[in-house]
Design a protein around this ligand. Structure first.
Ligand code: UGA
Length: 442
């Protein structure tokens, strides 16, 4: 094999598109594969089909280098690639907490039948522990090259909104391998990052699978911990923001992922903790992670509690009350609305009779497609026109920087619920706003 292995990336969603683009920029020949012809056409044409800061510029650079191509033909991928990265989604299964592995199984089995020479298949998708063993079996059985085809696991820790940075300069790399050859392949695939001294953990397949769900479980637990403290603050008059700040100075605790508020959403944390509980129960160790049920429950309660606070700001009833809902995406710098707390709150408000106008800088199209019954406004000003309560539900910079006097002239009543602890209460109260946030005294 030449010094630089040729790479394929199977699945060009969030994770796959970013990986394919960044690897091409790092100097590798990359072929991105997806079954979605529209997505393949968009990427080949230089358009990123979702909102991710910095990625369109990287795509342009990768395409201009001539090292990046996209196709729907998986047989072409098998012929081209020395290393095949599996980057398809593993969403929550319908009607079950388990992960749906249909796409992973489909792509691995379809690729396998075309593999006629020695190569490495590398799983990046988030999967229940034990999946890699099953996929190894599948590859060996279905591939003409048989046991010449090896499987490795290389979990991905990128965050939406920071996808490029997290891929080009990751905190760490985890290589789950079952042979020295597989390790040497991964080392050549990530040579530029290894040269940049990114820490690497070399381990077995089940550990590599587990690292990812353990990391997301820890992050979810940290967020729910501070939100549990917020609930206690709410009944004691204590201030969760100052509590969090005081905790954050202890380097053993740290301040990141300790921001109280509306809680976590998105396509990863919620479904990953549920799939982990499910898998642990299958393995007979459900008790070990049963606390994650509580983590999930605390997180879900934030949405109802935010609605309770908006209702209280409206004077006890939401019927006929106009609410300006700022934010729809599950977090800022993303247009992703999967399990978005903001949209859950908007829908709960509507269910209680409120007239809700939603504005988000990037996620309007996705929100409208998923929830066509909500009202959408094309700007903050139009969403706020005549509102009785403003609810800040996603902490975009645009909302953090709002001038309370300007907004005060547009709304009917200067009442705001800061669902993300994103605003300075003193500034808003000085501008005659009735400012409320969960876990902070009125
Ligand atoms: C998460 C992990 O952070 C990534 O490391 C991982 O690779 C990714 O899932 C994945 O599994 O693919 P992401 O879903 O992009 O990344 O979003 P995060 O930045 O983790 O935020 C998750 C949610 O937690 C957001 O809704 C955010 O608003 C919320 N959050 C975050 C809080 O409520 N408080 C905090 O202090 C931090």
């Amino acid at each position: 094999m030449s010094e630089k292995p040729r790479l394929t990336v199977l699945g060009t969603g969030y994770l796959g598109a970013t990986h394919a683009i960044c690897m091409a920029v790092l100097g590798y020949e990359v072929l991105g594969i997806d079954t979605d012809e529209a997505k393949v056409a968009a990427l080949a044409d230089g358009r990123v089909p979702f909102y991710e800061p910095g990625l369109p510029e990287m795509l342009r650079k990768a395409l201009d280098s001539g090292r990046l191509r996209f196709s729907t033909d998986i047989a072409e991928a098998a012929a081209f690639g020395d290393i095949h990265f599996v980057c398809v989604g593993t969403p929550q299964a319908k009607g079950s907490p388990a992960a749906d592995l249909t796409y992973v199984d489909q792509v691995v089995s379809t690729l396998a039948v075309h593999l006629t020479r020695r190569c490495l298949v590398v799983g990046k998708s988030t999967v229940p522990v034990g999946t890699a063993d099953r996929l190894t079996e599948m590859l060996h059985t279905l591939s003409p090259a048989g046991t010449e085809v090896e499987l490795a696991w290389n979990p991905e820790f990128l965050r939406e909104g920071f996808a490029v940075e997290d891929t080009m300069r990751p905190d760490r790399l985890v290589f789950g391998v079952s042979s020295p050859w597989a390790l040497s392949q991964l080392e050549s695939a990530f040579a530029p990052l290894l040269e940049a001294s990114v820490p690497v953990v070399v381990t077995d397949l089940p550990t590599a699978e587990l690292v990812k769900v353990a990391a997301n479980s820890f992050l979810a637990t940290k967020i729910s911990f501070i939100n549990a403290m917020a609930e206690v603050c709410e009944s004691t008059g204590a201030d969760v923001q100052q509590l969090a700040e005081s905790l954050s100075y202890d380097p053993r605790i740290g301040g990141r992922f300790l921001r109280p508020g509306l809680g976590f959403g998105g396509g990863c944390l919620p479904k990953d903790i549920r799939a982990f509980i499910h898998r642990a129960e299958e393995l007979g160790v459900g008790q070990a992670v049963s606390f994650l049920r509580e983590v999930d429950a605390i997180n879900q309660r934030r949405r109802q509690r935010t609605v309770d606070l908006v209702r209280s700001q409206a004077g006890g009833s939401l019927a006929g009350v106009t609410v300006c809902a700022l934010g729809a995406a599950f977090k800022p710098d993303s247009d992703d609305i999967r399990d978005a707390p903001a949209l859950d709150v908007a829908r709960l408000l509507v269910a209680e009779g409120a007239i809700v106008r939603v504005y988000d800088p990037q996620a309007m199209e996705n929100a409208r497609r998923a929830y066509p019954d909500l009202h959408y406004a094309p700007s903050v000003a139009e969403a706020a026109e005549g509102a009785h309560v403003v609810a800040l539900l996603t902490e975009w910079d645009q909302f953090r920087e709002l001038d309370p006097n300007w907004l005060g002239e547009i709304v009917a009543v200067r009442a705001i619920v800061d669902g993300r602890h994103a605003l300075d209460p003193t500034t808003w109260r000085t501008a005659a706003w009735d400012y409320r946030a969960l876990g902070r005294a009125a």
